[in-house]
Design a protein around this ligand. Sequence first.
Ligand SMILES: Nc1ncnc2c1ncn2[C@@H]1O[C@H](COP(=O)(O)OP(=O)(O)OP(=O)(O)O)[C@@H](O)[C@H]1O
Length: 351
Amino acid sequence: MSDTTPILRINALTKTFNEFTALHAIDLKVHDGEFLAIVGPSGSGKTTLIRLLVGMDEPSDGSIWLRDQRIDEMPANKRPTCMVFQSLALFPHMTVGQNIEFPLKLRKVAPEDRKARALELLDLLRLPQDYYSKRIDQCSGGERQRVALARALAFDPEILFFDEPLSALDYRLRKALEKELKDLHARTGKTFIYITHSLEEAMVMSDRIAIMRAGRFEQIAPAEEIYARPVSRFVAEFMGEVNLFPIRAGQAEGVTLSPAAASAFGGATGTLMVRPESLQFLEGEEHAELTFAGRIEAEYMLGSRVQYTVTLEGGQTLIAEVLRENAMPGGPGTPVRLGCAAAACHLIAEA
Ligand SMILES: Nc1ncnc2c1ncn2[C@@H]1O[C@H](COP(=O)(O)OP(=O)(O)OP(=O)(O)O)[C@@H](O)[C@H]1O
């Protein structure tokens, strides 16, 4: 991966629908071979962006480049990209083999070469070779998803776009296919651009995550960075449960800062982010760099972890999550003190 040769580059891409601007002059560079997930709430512009990238719609302004070639005015069928949809658009009455060979037939590849490639793709997608003659309507949901992927790969596209391909599947199958997709990405070395509502899916599979909000990218970075160092409250909250405390001149209401923590945050003004799993119960007079005092409001068992809702003395709510062996006996109403290290917190510049 290199910053100097992005496989895909978009410059000031804008899309308006009458008065409404769905994409506001956005920029993006995707590296060759990267797995980029685009996540964001409903209506943030993910589908609009993908439609422009694959040529299903035209931008109102800006440009799209595939390496050195400008492609935003190129018809969809001439673009070296391919889209995998949630609705698979397979031909149900045809065999698995005929479905996979379809793009090759369009390209007038000889029948024996088509079959050889289809069998290779069955192998790549870990489907048995005798599925070649099986009808699509006799395949399970997960098998169909793999056939659709094999067919997309038969186009030999430079970039594969995925529009929520797993959202219609049940939880276990989705989890299995997430792993398979990640593995397939590694084995093919292709560039994958994947849109999803599911942050969990994005975190499991992708190299980088681009978070969209109201037609703009709010943050583009590897999952760990977005999780640990979100640029805004929006991203912090999007990335899972979080405690946010306004901090002014190095003082945060509801939090007792040790002198070391106060100096670590300097005279900062913004929002202090504390993830629930960074907190631990404190015993006796024990203090941490950040100390919180309150009463347990509720507790929830989450398998190996326990989550607590704590009402702080100032009235704020704190969510804490600890390993079961570190759980606090006593249940709701119990007075507690919790602490965490300053290094486990993050300061968001925005208030
Ligand atoms: N053809 C259209 N005409 C008018 N407005 C549109 C059109 N297509 C999309 N929009 C608007 O653009 C915004 C972005 O829509 P888009 O479908 O890209 O969002 P999304 O992030 O993909 O949402 P979802 O996750 O629900 O699919 C929405 O407010 C939507 O109503």
